[in-house]
Ligand binder design. Structure first.
Ligand code: UT7
Length: 318
């Protein structure tokens, strides 16, 4: 059985760190509200002119270095983002160029906060089907460019960054991506969206009915995780780590409770990164890897939900 195994992880965070207190200067908000309602303490914002593909290229290089590979070893790049540098070409082709790759192929995937899981499932399919042997899967976002800085209910939540995972083909049937599930339901398109786009001739700003999204998040993430584990012949008792999309600490606590996996086994980076949309899972994976938390053979469940609504889960044996 051909599997896609994680060979390396890497991350990049822009230099500028914005603490919650900074928002107190311009908005009717405070550090205590943001911490208690979201778990967020700080986030990184990209510098002027620092683009999604710049950050993605840094993260990709870090993942390659971690794996001891070079761009010459990569067949494809799948990049999850909703904040590409330009309308086209894809940010993935910009990363390809940044890595000095003139072979293979590269494309973007857009499923907002669920984007990294969609990209991971797509890369897994490319590898399992034999179309590629090694794929860089990247999540990279500059959500700071989509904020309405007068809307306290959204602008304090998001941050910028990039994370990358290098997947390689393996005949070790016990390791790698064991199962994936992708889901969406467009009936909910109006509870989280950007009110601009090419057709409207504006970039637009992020608009969210936070409470509504929250309502769906815990249930959909937990139930999909249970189904995806079952498909791999596992249960929640087999889980070593949950590496969820980092939107809100209270959502992670809800998932932890529903899955009966303690918070000590939930990787949490939301306090330092905020919500980085498609970048949040690979950033969390790279952070946990750097801390020495992820050990070979461990079962990791990763899942995300966001605009669409679109959501998905993947079960990985590290
Ligand atoms: O990544 C994509 C998926 N996104 C998510 O998963 C986000 C899901 N939603 C959430 O995380 C939460 O719903 C939020 C953090 C967005 C909001 O938390 P909440 O507990 O649902 O608060 P709320 O929207 O019900 O607002 C409660 C109060 C409101 O005031 P009133 O109407 O009760 O007077 C808000 O106006 O908190 C107010 N509020 C704020 N107060 C201080 C909203 N934002 C702020 C703020 N500072 N930044």
């Amino acid at each position: 059985m051909r599997r896609a195994v994680v060979e390396g992880v890497g991350k990049y965070l822009p230099q500028r760190v914005v603490e919650n207190a900074e928002f107190e200067k311009t908005l009717d908000t405070n550090d205590a509200w943001i911490r208690s309602r979201t778990g967020i303490e700080r986030r990184h914002f990209a510098a002027d002119g620092e683009t999604t593909s710049d950050m993605a290229t840094h993260a990709a290089k870090a993942a390659l270095a971690h794996a001891g590979k070079t761009a010459a070893d990569v067949d494809a790049i799948v990049l999850a983002t909703s904040t590409a540098d330009l309308t086209f070409p894809s940010a993935a082709t910009m990363v390809q160029n940044g890595l000095g790759m003139t072979h293979g192929f590269a494309f973007d995937v857009q499923a907002v906060c669920a984007g990294f899981v969609y990209a991971l499932a797509t890369a897994n399919a490319l590898i399992v089907s034999g179309q590629a042997d090694r794929v860089l899967v990247i999540g990279a976002e500059t959500f700071s460019k989509l904020m309405d800085w007068t809307d306290r209910s959204t602008c304090v939540l998001f941050g910028d960054g990039a994370g990358a995972v290098l997947l390689g083909a393996s005949s070790d049937s016990d390791r790698g991506i064991l199962s994936t599930a992708l889901k969406s339901d467009g009936r909910y398109k109006d509870i989280l969206f950007v009110d601009g786009g090419v057709s409207l001739q504006t970039t637009g700003h992020l608009r969210m009915q936070g409470k509504e999204v929250f309502r769906h998040a815990v249930e959909k993430l937990s139930d999909t995780a249970i189904d995806t584990l079952a498909e791999a012949g596992l249960t929640t008792q087999d889980v070593d780590w949950i590496v969820p999309h980092q939107a809100n600490r209270r959502i992670l606590e809800g998932v932890s409770k529903r899955l009966k996996v303690p918070m000590s086994q939930v990787v949490m980076t939301v306090q330092d990164h905020g919500n980085t949309s498609a970048a949040s899972i690979p950033l969390a994976l790279a952070t946990a890897q750097e801390a020495g938390d992820l050990k070979p053979g461990q079962v990791i469940v990763t899942g995300a939900i966001g605009g669409g609504l679109a959501w998905g889960t993947a079960v990985i044996r590290w």
